[in-house]
Design a protein around this ligand. Structure first.
Ligand code: MGD
Ligand code: MGD
Ligand code: SF4
Ligand code: MO
Length: 689
């Protein structure tokens, strides 16, 4: 029997408690922790990937330097010295010519979250990009303008609701997003067992739709019309019901909605009137929660969708209510720790995008590197990101990266993006670092605090944690050491000053997590961060956009024979970065084009045939998976694939390379209110290859 370590799995947002049994440096087993009050023993197949990642021979363990196409291992001293010198020379020529791209795993590392700003500060750059603008930025803009803080997320109270309606999310594959809901399957089972209903609105009959009581197909990127019709239906059912006294402006929204014809909205979204009436009835009867996620965010109307979803929950009387949409109070309160967020502080150089939370759209990174002139990006620092595979028109970005004077990737793999870097700086292994779910626990279905110590010592005493690399880079560039408490010390301080006033020692004394119970209702009056602590429903920018919205006759128009592309996730992947785990990638090929039988027949495709998929950005060749799970007219390709680019060093991934969905997405297609990429709704032609 080895030693058992309690940990939180940091791979996805669910933050499951795990028990890692180790003997020396050997991992004997990784199991779910039944005593974790949030995850209750649940884990998914990816938890074991922690071991695969830790032991992967392709995982980089020391700094790498590229000279031409040759890679050399170098010391940390040399890496910092050279990067510092080169960056200072670039800054001396043009102080506005550096940029950062902060990838998704930063949200899963409190050390990164607390230290990334040292790097941007040392660079003095306004050119900040991140995975937020291919993901949740629309939710954050809606949060900011409605509740007064970009990080103030409401979550469905799944454990007490009677109706859970999920639009554009697939928690059976993703394990939930901006909603920390480990063990979704059993929570959904319990909902059904108490007579409740699970409803899924999605252009694909997803894994979640298959366990739901009702699935409603919606045309991709046309949700906004459905949501308008649904809000009208909800308002019509509760015309004289007062909403909470901290809510205002709903009447103004109702007045604006009068211009929309219900039948036209339904035709545009492809949803039947009976479905809308039934949804409105369930929502107003309550307790009920409407929850929207990636599918409604990564599209042209992402922010309007996020706003309308919040309005529907408000109008139905389900906001801040038990069994409705609730607002957790976490032990580490991100609302108190981070600024509420700004809009339009800066303007981008090439396309004049307004900054959102201090960032420019990830989709605009390529043009800022390509376009000559003052402020052209010459040096790029990528921290835990793989934008070549994860942002729109990745191949264009890939070409742009090749032209940089200096590129540094803080990453553990030489992958599609970091192969373009001049330096790759790898952090310690995934089991060698500590963890606290800083950004995830504030969205959890139960308020808990859980801290994980490093399970293993650093394999190499010279190895650095991400946060040490970030501080090292900042010091190398600015010449100033970062003199601040360690993340662990900061954590203790913040916990003591947080809502439950606990010390890190008290949290550590509960190795499976300290439980503060389920989220409470009625917290909003205290918690709202708007200046007057009110929710103003009629947000001017959103009202203007809704006022200008035309209802197309058939939804987002599909011109002559074209199909509409959407994405998907699989339980055994995590964006692009678990592709080198043999255990996770074995089994059937999951990088396929899902297509409805009628569309397949029209394109002359049988199941398993190779199909060519072409958009205005590019083309891929991919096996067809013919299935009536797809809505006719819609096809689906998962992202995070395409692992066969020259110069990559991921052997397992290469054998199962797949193709990148982001060779088809378009860098110009954005949600104007948030700068978020419109990854859903791309028009494609499909033909037999
Ligand atoms: N077409 C399409 N595109 C999409 C999406 C989609 O649904 N469809 N989804 C979007 C979404 S939601 C997201 S979040 C983005 C993700 O976009 P990115 O964050 O750019 O991409 P990831 O694939 O998550 O890559 C993460 C990188 O971090 C590295 N990494 C992992 N853990 C660590 C760590 O602890 N430290 C360091 N330093 N590096 C680490 C990995 O090796 C990998 O290179 O992709 C987006 N792109
Ligand atoms: N196994 C696994 N888990 C993950 C990840 C992973 O890659 N693999 N990634 C993590 C990350 S970074 C994130 S952000 C979360 C995302 O978590 P989720 O939001 O649950 O994301 P998806 O599973 O991509 O589900 C999005 C759904 O939206 C649907 N959709 C696409 N276009 C539209 C549309 O126009 N309208 C509507 N209504 N639906 C649409 C798709 O069919 C899909 O079912 O998952 C996280 N968890
Ligand atoms: S659901 Fe997410 S957090 Fe839980 S074990 Fe799987 S990858 Fe880890
Ligand atoms: Mo994401």
């Amino acid at each position: 029997m080895g030693e058992i370590h309690h940990r939180t799995c940091h791979i996805c947002e669910a933050n499951c408690g795990v028990l890692v049994e180790v003997e020396g440096r050997q991992i004997v087993s990784i199991k779910g922790d039944p005593d974790n009050p949030l995850s209750r023993g649940h884990i998914c197949p990816k938890a074991t990937a922690l071991e695969d990642l830790q032991n992967d021979p392709d995982r980089l363990r020391a700094p790498q330097k590229r000279v031409g196409e040759e890679w050399h291992e170098i010391s940390w001293e040399q890496a910092f010295a050279e990067i510092g010198e080169k960056t200072r020379a670039i800054l001396a020529r043009d102080p506005a010519s550096t940029a950062t791209y902060i990838g998704n795993p930063n949200a899963h590392s409190y050390g990164n979250a607390l230290n990334a700003h040292h790097l941007t500060k040392a660079l003095g750059t306004k050119s900040q990009f991140s995975a937020s603008t291919v993901d949740q930025m629309p939710h954050q803009v809606a949060n900011l303008l409605m509740y007064g803080h970009a990080s103030m997320f409401g979550i469905p109270d799944i454990d007490r609701t009677e109706t859970l309606i999920i639009i554009g999310g697939n928690p059976m594959a993703s394990n939930g997003s901006v909603w920390t809901v480990p063990d979704f399957r059993n929570r959904a089972r319990a909902l059904k067992a108490r007579g409740g209903q699970l409803v899924v609105i999605d252009p694909r009959r997803t894994e979640t739709a298959k366990i739901a009581d009702r699935h409603v197909f919606v045309k991709p990127a046309s949700d906004v019309f459905l949501l308008v019709a649904l809000l009208k239906a909800v308002l019509a059912r509760r015309p004289h019901q007062p909403v909470q006294d901290f809510v205002g402006g709903l009447d103004d929204v109702a007045a604006l909605l009068a211009r929309f014809d219900d039948a036209a909205c339904l035709a545009a979204s492809g949803v039947a009137a009976e479905d809308v009436a039934w949804l409105a009835e369930r929502l107003t009867a309550g307790p009920a929660a409407l929850y929207g996620r990636l599918g409604i965010a990564t599209q042209q109307h992402g922010t309007l969708n996020a706003w309308l979803i919040a309005l529907i929950n408000i109008a139905a009387g389900q906001l801040d209510r038990e069994g409705g949409t609730v607002f957790p109070i976490p032990a580490l309160d991100t609302l108190a720790m981070f600024p509420r967020g700004s809009l339009g502080k800066f303007t981008s150089r090439v396309s004049q995008h307004k900054s959102v939370l201090g960032e420019f759209p990830a989709a605009a990174l390529a043009e800022e590197i390509e376009t000559p002139g003052e402020g052209q990006i010459k040096a790029l620092f990528v921290v835990a990101g793989n934008p070549v595979l994860s942002t729109p028109n990745g191949p264009r970005l890939d070409r742009a990266l090749a032209s940089l004077e200096l590129m540094v990737s803080v990453d553990m793999y030489r992958n599609a993006t970091s192969r373009r870097a001049h330096y790759i700086l790898p952090p310690t292994g995934p089991l060698e670092r500590d963890h606290y779910g800083l950004f995830l626990l504030p969205m959890a279905v139960r308020n808990i605090a859980a801290y994980s110590k490093p399970t293993l010592e650093r394999e190499d005493p010279e190895a650095l944690h991400d946060w040490e690399i970030l501080r090292g880079l900042a010091q190398a560039i600015s010449g100033q050491p970062v003199q601040e408490p360690t993340p662990r010390e900061a954590l203790d301080h913040m916990l003591k000053n947080g809502p439950y006033k606990v010390s890190l020692a008290e949290v550590e004394a509960a190795p499976s997590g300290l439980d503060f119970g389920p989220p409470k209702a009625g917290v909003l009056p205290e918690r709202l961060r708007s200046d007057d602590q009110q929710i103003h429903c009629a947000v001017p920018a959103f009202m203007e956009a809704l006022g200008a919205l035309d209802v197309p006759a058939e939804g987002i128009p599909a011109e002559g024979g074209k199909l509409t592309l959407i994405g998907r996730r699989h339980l055994r992947t995590n964006n692009s970065w678990l592709a080198n785990s043999h255990r996770l990638t074995k089994g059937p090929n999951r990088c396929t084009l899902m297509i409805h039988p009628d569309d397949a027949a029209a394109a002359g495709l049988a199941d398993g045939d190779m199909a060519t998929v072409r958009s205005s950005s590019g083309e891929v060749t991919i096996p067809a998976e013919v299935t009536d799970d797809m809505m006719p007219g819609t096809v689906s390709i998962p992202h995070g694939w395409g692992h066969d680019l020259p110069g990559m060093a991921m052997q397992v991934a290469r054998a199962r390379a797949g193709v990148s969905a982001n060779a088809l997405t378009e860098s110009g297609a954005l949600d104007p209110l948030s700068g978020n990429a419109a990854l859903s709704g791309v028009q494609v032609e499909v033909a037999a290859a």
